[in-house]
Design a protein around this ligand. Structure first.
Ligand code: ADP
Length: 666
């Protein structure tokens, strides 16, 4: 019989498959199993109305490896295909599938050629790696050519007596001939390619590999996926003693027992678990069920902090099962951390980690989404798919946030545990979105309160403001101890204000991206315009400032460009002097930036503040009277001291040392 040719576009695709653009050849099995499962679905549906007596329990899929012949056969007793259907379905690639696949390949080709992918919105959920593309667009059957040099499909349509056999060795076309098959359904037999170099196709004949692949990709197919598996067991033999033993019971009498003998038996096993946990009713599931599912599936040894199981029906229907792990993986903030949720379509895994389902700041969430609306089968338009995905992502984001808020309200210690592990992610979420996500995330933030020495939320802080307090005070430093030793700290605490102690590098950068919290601006305690002093205090300070104008100007002159201004402050409590800054960059931010590889040159605008009530101030006044040299010396000393107190390095250590020496030999 003459060979028929594949349609041109199918040829192109076949070519791509055979020459394996894709590295993940494993997915061919998932594709064939999904096709079989669809064929069983179709028959099941038909049988509901035709008195055939066929029930779901009669339907199955079978995998048969044959090591000698190097063939792998996948059989189903589903709806089967007529001659025309074989021709139509396997001679051309499902039309919509070809279309979607082609646009994906075009985008990929363009990218490989260094061009920008087309502006076409339809392509923007296509991931970089090929195998996902195949699954997503369901060009499934042809993927078998990645591992097979020859494919034979024997099929008999339900309700027909005729069977046909379709054979193809790839690019050079296919043949269809009459054949015999005792029962309706389809048998797909793959003659595996020869092993070559690194490519080992024999593994697809190994029970272990087949079982793993079914578990990974097709565990939740509704029909049993059976396979004959060889196992060894202890051979039963007659015990020589007189006692009667229950069947299977071991004899413990004191006489000689024969060494146990083993035998190899073949048994039929169902490889898949069939019912996905996430499709089961919440009411019948216990925490243990959720937790052991999590530890198995996501390879964590620790039970999760929380699970969120929901089913949404509406514009998009989906089941989702999300987990918040108990601790952060070591690589969470590194490039090689793989975030994303597993994406299933009706129980079939289409994507191992779909990044688009989670905002980056919830990247620590593990879990999966199963939606019949994201179809493995390509009858839907891409654009629509894309929208569905976005709708799901928006739903999940809201859900995760509200569940975290609930946790914060109802089980504070769990929330604190969560925050310790993942709080940083939330902060980066605000910072990296330039504050766009602040509204979404601000209620989830926590900082250590100076007054209470425990984590509090912004709401708790603002609920407890002092009567005349209009600002949220925070202080940055390496540790709470460092913060408590800041010269400005005592002043605010003495006024009765609480101070949020921020010890993460990102904290102040994040705060600057937030537009305050509920109308209250954030103010660093080292900022020069902290607005807590009473009117009288302010007036008194202005008067003192005017009185000491000359001294302050002389000190500014001694420091030159190092500071923008030297002035008096009422906020220094026990310290004679302190540095503060003006402008967008604070001293703390300067410190963080200077530790980064590319941030070395950013400098905060410094202001040296003096405490007029400190005895040192009196000494300064005297030094001024004693002459310029002495005042310059004292000024350098105070400036150096203020730098050190702020945790910064001395600008000019030699100059500082000389000033100390001058003081000692006076
Ligand atoms: P898709 O499954 O995305 O439509 P495939 O190339 O995998 O694309 O399959 C093409 C078509 O061949 C299927 O839509 C189906 O109609 C038919 N088909 C494939 N495998 C089977 C099977 N085991 N039983 C019945 N029909 C099948």
């Amino acid at each position: 019989m003459a060979k028929k040719q594949f349609k041109t576009e199918s040829k192109r695709l076949l070519d791509l498959m055979i020459n394996s653009v894709y590295t993940n050849k494993d997915i061919f099995l998932r594709e064939l199993i999904s096709n079989a499962s669809d064929a069983l679905d179709k028959l099941h549906f038909k049988a509901l109305t035709d008195n055939s007596g066929i029930t779901a329990g009669d339907l199955y899929i079978r995998i048969q490896p044959d090591k000698k012949a190097r063939t792998l056969t996948i059989t189903d007793n589903g709806i089967g295909m007529t001659k025309e259907e074989l021709e139509q379905n396997l001679g051309t690639i499902a039309k919509s599938g070809t279309l979607a696949f082609r646009s994906a390949m075009n985008a990929k080709d363009a990218k490989d050629a260094g061009e920008k992918p087309s502006e076409d919105k339809e392509t923007d959920i296509i991931p970089d790696d090929g195998p996902e593309v195949i699954g997503q667009f369901g060009v499934g059957f042809y993927s078998a050519f990645m591992v097979a040099k020859k494919i034979t499909v024997l099929s008999r349509a339900y309700g027909s007596d005729e069977a046909y056999i379709w054979t193809s060795e790839g690019l050079d076309g296919y043949t269809i001939e009459p054949a015999a098959l005792a029962f309706h359904g389809t048998t797909v037999m793959l003659e595996l390619k020869d092993n070559a170099g690194d490519e080992n196709y024999d593994k697809y004949l190994e029970t272990y590999t087949l079982r793993e692949l079914v578990k990974k990709y097709s565990d939740y197919i509704r029909y049993p996926i059976k396979m004959e598996v060889e196992t060894t067991r202890v051979k039963e033999h007659e015990c020589e003693c007189e006692h009667e033993h229950e069947e299977g019971e071991e004899c413990t009498c004191e006489h000689e027992h024969k060494e146990p003998e083993y035998e190899t038996v073949t048994e039929d096993q169902t490889l898949n678990s069939m019912v996905p946990l996430w499709r089961r009713n919440k009411a019948e599931l216990k925490d243990e069920d959720y937790n052991s599912f999590y530890t198995d599936k996501f390879h964590d040894y620790e039970a999760p902090l929380m699970h969120i199981h929901s089913r949404i029906e509406g514009a998009v229907t989906y089941n989702s099962l999300l987990y918040i792990p108990a601790s952060a993986p070591y690589n969470l903030y590194s490039k090689n951390y793989k975030r994303g949720l597993q994406l299933y379509s009706n129980g079939v895994l289409i994507m191992e980690s779909c990044e688009d389902l989670l905002p980056e700041y919830f990247g620590f969430v593990k879990g999966l989404v199963d939606s019949p609306d994201i179809s493995l089968n390509i009858s839907r338009e891409m654009l629509q798919q894309n929208r569905q995905l976005r709708a799901i992502a928006a739903g999940l984001k809201k859900k995760i946030r509200s569940e975290l808020e609930k946790m914060l309200e109802n089980s504070r210690s769990d929330y604190e545990k969560f925050y310790e592990a993942f709080g940083l992610s939330l902060k980066y979420g605000i910072y990296e979105s330039y504050g766009m996500e602040a509204e979404n995330l601000q209620e989830l933030l926590m900082f250590r309160s100076a007054k209470e020495d425990k984590l509090i939320t912004l709401k708790e802080y603002t609920d407890a403001l002092m009567e005349n307090q209009t600002e949220i005070y925070y202080a940055c430093g390496e540790s709470p101890e460092m913060i408590r030793s800041l010269p400005q700290y005592k002043y605010l605490i003495d006024k009765g204000c609480d101070v949020l102690m921020m010890t993460d590098n990102v904290d102040e950068f994040m705060v600057k991206m937030m537009n305050g919290y509920k109308g209250k601006p954030f103010k660093s305690i080292t900022d020069n315009d902290v607005n807590i002093a009473s009117e009288e205090e302010k007036k008194a300070m202005e008067a003192k400032q005017a009185e000491n104008r000359e001294l302050l100007d002389a000190m500014k002159a001694a420091l030159g460009e190092k500071v923008k201004e030297v002035r008096l402050s009422a906020r220094l409590a026990d310290s004679p002097a302190a540095l503060t800054s003006e402008g967008p960059l604070s001293l703390e931010m300067e410190k963080v930036l200077s530790e980064m590889p590319l941030g070395g040159n950013a400098k905060a605008e410094r202001i040296l503040e003096l405490n007029p009530d400190h005895p040192v101030f009196e000494a300064l006044r005297k030094a001024k009277d004693a002459g310029e040299a002495e005042l310059t010396n004292y000024t350098k000393l105070l400036y150096g001291e203020a730098l050190l107190m702020a945790g910064l390095k001395l600008d000019d250590p030699a100059d500082f040392a000389a000033a100390v020496n001058a003081l000692m030999i006076k």
